[in-house]
Each structure stands twice: as C-alpha cells, then as structure tokens.
Design a protein around this ligand. Sequence first.
Ligand SMILES: [Zn+2]
Length: 313
Amino acid sequence: MKIMDGHCDTLTKLYMNPKLDFHKEELELDVNYPRLQRAGIKVQCFAIYLSESIHQPTFDHILQMIDIFHRKIMSHPGMSFIQNVPDWLAVEKSEQIGAILTLEGLDAMAGNMTYLRILYHLGVRSVGLTWNYANWAADGVMEPRKGGFTLKGKRMLRELETMGIIVDVSHLSVKAFWEMAELYGKPFIASHSNAGSLCPHPRNLSDEQISAIIERQGQIGITFVPYFVEPVRAPVQISQLLTHIDHVCSLGGENHVGFGSDFDGIEKWIEGLRHAGDYENIIEALCKNYKEAQVERFLYGNWQRFMLANLPK
Ligand SMILES: [Zn+2]
C-alpha cells in the first residue's frame, strides 16, 4: 500500500548533526531512505525548520538547509524532487520516492517578498506561517497574547495565494487561523495536528477548525506526537491515534485526512511507531477497523487528491 507523510523534521537533524547519513539505516534518523523504502512511503514532505537554538534565523540559514536537502537527501538515486503535478505523476509511475520541500515558520523571511519568490523558484511548495511563537507575520499557538496577523503578514499571505504556495496552519494561533481562513482563498492544510476535542493541546485543532479545513477542500495530517494524541502520561497506543482519524471522519472528513508523522521532530514516540519503517503497524491497525478503500485514502489517496489539485500544473 502506498503512503504519503505530510511532515518530518529530518532536515533539521541533518543540519544540526552533519555526521548523520540519510542513505543508510541511521538509528538516529527516524526518517532515512531504507526506512521510507521498507514502509512503502511514496511521498515524504521535508520541512525546513530552523531550530530554536538558532537565535537569529536568516534567509541564509534557509538556503543552507535547501543545500542539505539536495546534498544529503536528493543525492540518493532512489529519491525524486516533486515540484509540480507532472513530477508527482512521474514518481507514481516509477520506483522512486518523492520528496516535497516545505517551510515551517516565516521567521527568517523578514517580510521580504523576493525571498518568498526565490523559495518558490527553489521548489518550496508549502509554508507554515509560524512555529509555536510570534514572528513578524503572525502569532503561533503558544504565544501568550494570542494575536493574529500583522499587516506585513497579511501581505505575505496574499503573495502565497498568488504564487500558489500551500498554506499550512499547524502551529498557527487560533485568531490567525480564522483571519487566514478569511483572507486566503485556496484550500489549506494542517500538516501535523490532531483533534483538540480528544486531546486538548494548543497544537491541536478544534472541531470548528477541522470543519473549516474540510469545507475548504483542505487536508489534515494526523500526527504521531504522543501528547497530541492523549493528554495522559501513560504510553500511547496506535489504537488511540486512530481515534483521531475516526473523529475527523465523524466531522465529514473521510476524504480530507491523512498522516503527518513529525518524525525527527519528536523525542517521545507512540508504542510501535518509533520511526518511518513502522508505518506497517498503522496499516495493520487501520485494516482491522476500515474498508480497504478507506485505508488507502487515509494513507495516500487523500494527500494525493489534495496535491494533484494544489501543486503547480
Ligand atoms: Zn511542527
């Protein structure tokens, strides 16, 4: 069964530790080529996330991470860079694994539209506006003042729409979420967030937010962060993760839900989901509860439909 995963922080790990090797079964990389291959992951999104340990994030840091993406990930002969619909279709017809480049947080962009256009030219196809805190564009979910967009942030949002870059609302404050839903006319995603009514963490989505994403033909990536699945400290099981899929479906999202693992961005894992190679355990659990056609949609088909509709033609 084919799989697409909507978010991982593997690039950040490769940036922080140059010794790590994506090409081999590197234990410290949740996502590496052998694990993607073994799991049957057909398309993986790779986020450019500038770690909190970088105190003054600049555009140069973003460029360094794109350089790493090419030197360390795309250098594997089994990987293909997906920048548009024809790339996607070519990957589907081949044995290749597709990679989509995304940006998590506009912090380093300093309100510069030229930077944004350059990122588009370099193949960045989805942008999360914030990480957890406020930046020049908008507030993140953990920012105590719970604000929305700045004027400059709204300008960049319009530019994202014009250019056809997909907006990702994971990490965005509730106020900024609704401002964005007003201002941005295209379908949007939450690449790695769960259902807040099952686990009331600020990183999760309310039922109203989930419904808005569904209504706008967007996509939600259910994420493997244990404390976004269950508020308790006990080890979290895959069956509990699947209750978030059930919940999105109960809100009418059967065609708008998939997975966004957040692998390599987490330090705690769900039981049986330690790395990308463990996707088979999700498949097994899904097959016990859903029809085959539904399982196929959750793992791949919904992301596929969204990407074919929203990547550049
Ligand atoms: Zn994240």
